[in-house]
Every structure is written in C-alpha cells, then in structure tokens.
Design a protein around this ligand. Sequence first.
Ligand code: BGP
Length: 486
Amino acid sequence: MSKAQVFPENFLWGGAIAANQAEGAFDADGKGLSTADMVPYYKKKDYANLSALMHVSSETIAEAMETKTAEGYPKRYGIDFYHHFREDIALFAEMGFKTFRLSINWSRIFPNGDDQEPNEAGLQFYDNVFDELRKCDIEPLVTLSHYEMPMTLVLNYGGWKNRKVISFFVKYAETVMNRYQNKVKYWLTFNEINTTLIEPFTGGGIVGDKENNLLQASYQALHHQFVASSLVTKRAREINPAFQIGCMLARMIHYPATSSPEDVQQAQIDNQMNLLHTDVQVRGSYPPIIKRYFEDHQIHIVKEAEDDQTLKENTVDFISFSYYTSLVSTTTPEKYGVTGGNLYSTVKNPNLKVTEWGWQLDPIGLRTVLKELYDRYQLPLFVVENGLGAKDTVEEDGSIIDDYRIDYFRQHIEQLKEAILDGVEVIGYTSWGAIDIISASTSEMSKRYGFIYVDQDDEGHGTLNRKKKKSFDWYKKVIATNGEDL
Ligand code: BGP
C-alpha cells in the first residue's frame, strides 16, 4: 500500500508576486503614482542608506515626483508583468500551480485614492489576469495592500496615520471584491502588516522626516489598518459569504541568544510584539502586553468608540504569513558587537548559515512557527511567502543550475510536512517569488527568487525574456506528487 499522502488532496501549491515589484507600467492606463514608485534604486554603495529606504524622506519623495520616467526606479518597470501576464501564467500552469498569489495595485483602481469613481482600465486589467488564471484552473489569492498606496493619500492626508484613509481603503476593497466576486475567493488585507512599524513609509505611507514621533505615528497608522482590515472583512462577508479572508504577518520568530532568563524573557517580548498583529486580527483585541509597551514608549492611540467592537466582531478566517528566517533576542546586544534593534536582529545565530544578503537559513524554524501559530489560534494556516534570494548564473548553454534554491525549498517543505504530521492544518504554500521580480528591500533585480529567470539587470537593462531554471522542473514534480517527491 502506498505511504499515506501527508499533504491534503486539495493542498494549494503555488507561488507569489506583488504588483509593485512585478507589474511595472507605473503610469499606464490611468494608474496614479504610488508610494512604491517613489523608491529609487539603491546602488550597492547605498546599502548604508537602507534605513533611508525604511524612513523615506520628503526630499526623496520630491525628487521622485519630479522624475516622470522609470529611469532609476526599478519598481516602476518591475518585470513588466502588466504586459507579460499571459506568458507568465502559462509558465505557472506548466509547473502545475493550484494557486497564484498576487496583489492589486490600489492606484490602478483609484489613481488618487480619494477619487469618486474607479478607473475602468485598471479594473479591466485584473479581470483579464483573473480570467487567464481561471482558464488555467489556477485559484487566485489576492492581497489588497502589498507595500504600496496612492501617493496622493500620502501627500494630501499623511498616509495611514490619518483616519480618513480607512474609508478610502474600504471603498477600494468593496469595489474590487464586488467586481471579482465570482473570480476570487481568497483575499488577504495587508501584506506583512507589521511592516508599518519596521518601514513606516513602505507599510503605512508615513514620511519619516515629517514626524517628530515616528513610533507614535506608526502605531496610530497600524491601528487604522487593523480597523480597515476588520471593516473589509465585514464587507467581504456581506458581498459573498463564500469569501475566505486572511490576515498576513511577517512571522519573525525570535530565539534567545542564551538560556539566561533575561534573554529568554527578551525573546518572549519580541515574539509577543510580533504576534500582536495576529492577536488583533484573529482574537479581535490587542494583547495585554501592549498596554505596558504603550506606556513605556509614551504612545497614545486615538480610537473611535466603535473600534474595539469592530475588531472583535470581524476576525479572519485563516492566518497567512511569510517565513524566511529566525532572529535572535538578547538583553546584551553589545556583547555581540551589535546595537540591538530586534526587529531586524543583527545578532548572528552561530548555528545557522546565512544568505548573500545576510538572512539566516533556518528550515526547522518553519516547523516551529507553524506549530506555535496553530497552538495559539487553532485557525487554518497558509504559508504565502518562503523562498531564497540569490544571485543566479546563466551558463554558456543558457541553463540556470539553482541547486541551492532547490535545497532551500526541499528543506523547508520537509519541515512543512513535519508540521502537518504534528497535526497542524495548512491549506497552502506559495513560494516567494514565483518568478524573478524586484527585491522589496533593496530594489535589486539580482536578488532573484523565482523558478523562472527574467533577463534584466539591476539597472533595468535586458530583454525581459523568461527562462526556466533547474528548480522549475523540480517544483513541477513536487506539485505533481503533492509534496511526496522532494
Ligand atoms: C517580504 C515581502 C515581499 C518580498 C520578500 C522578499 O517582506 O512581503 O514583497 O519582497 O519580503 O524580500 P526582498 O524582496 O526584500 O528580498
């Protein structure tokens, strides 16, 4: 008798992209400028400026608003998914994708964010994409907000720290959920909603140098996003009760640097502050720890009377998350020659290897995260980002032998399988990224994630031709055997 299959029969295997990193066509067919269009290319020498990327200044924005072309702004051209989507979806179908995660670019639908009427050409584009996916029997998994929002809402309202943006977002979400109610079943509200605290401009449209208290502004923006996510969840159920609504967290699991009680306590705090986001969107209220944190950091969230009830009554159907790495917490960062800052912990874990971009490789951490989330919430889980950013080489014969990427996925899918055997309910796995796209944190093309290579360099030069990597056929086999043959 064949060994019982571990993955459920209808397991949603697939891959993911984000509009702002893939579509390009930044000013096509009525689209307005978005926050992602403001992010210039950071040359290697500018790595030190990554903090500038995280806290985009009004000077950077003014310069970007002056630049009417794509030149120097990789996300403005992406990989031109906007004009290549049929070809790309055919390749995803060839791999056997059951699902494909993508995001809708808000500024294609409401170019200024506060427009009275939606942009029909923008709506039609996504109709075409979803029709193409349906033709290939691929289930769309749609993120409503993935690291971009209309720039007008930043310039005229200050981004998500302004409560008015809630209504604009709900109107945008209602518009697309009504339009695509017979084509899309799975919806995610905010991609890695915790990014609003880590990169306030990327996640919340907050301009760093405009705030005298960036932490206060970021938490206020996050509260508005929590309320907006709940209101969208409510409207989704009114539009189509068959919709499945998920939250999405960058799950940054923290290990204690040592077994000292102090380090263990610090790791617990860092994990609680990360799980704050799923606590609110799954349990429907802020966790007890937040009161002390807000007091200690002089943060005062301005709420409306109905907010607590809105959060309580409109929690999600499933939990989705990204997993790339585990981090390290300690109360003595100076002992490790770092300044701390546990959100992007720079304390190295001596047990783990790192990628060329310094991300620690910890496949077992994925099993740990899956079990911990399921124990905490008992809701179905969806891994919607997991992958390896690496430099790929095109050999003389045109092949791309990315065994390192196959190893990464093999080791992580093995741990995913262990978690399912541990009793965790997992509904799907979408690798990041299905195809090479622009890196979110570095705006580079050379940090490649895809099973499909795209001929374009960091300066945007290239034919944009697509080419299957070795991992393409490997993943095709994984899907064909429902995760049995790794
Ligand atoms: C996550 C984002 C994705 C993707 C991924 C890889 O945070 O949700 O959009 O970018 O990270 O990160 P990067 O592209 O910076 O290597």
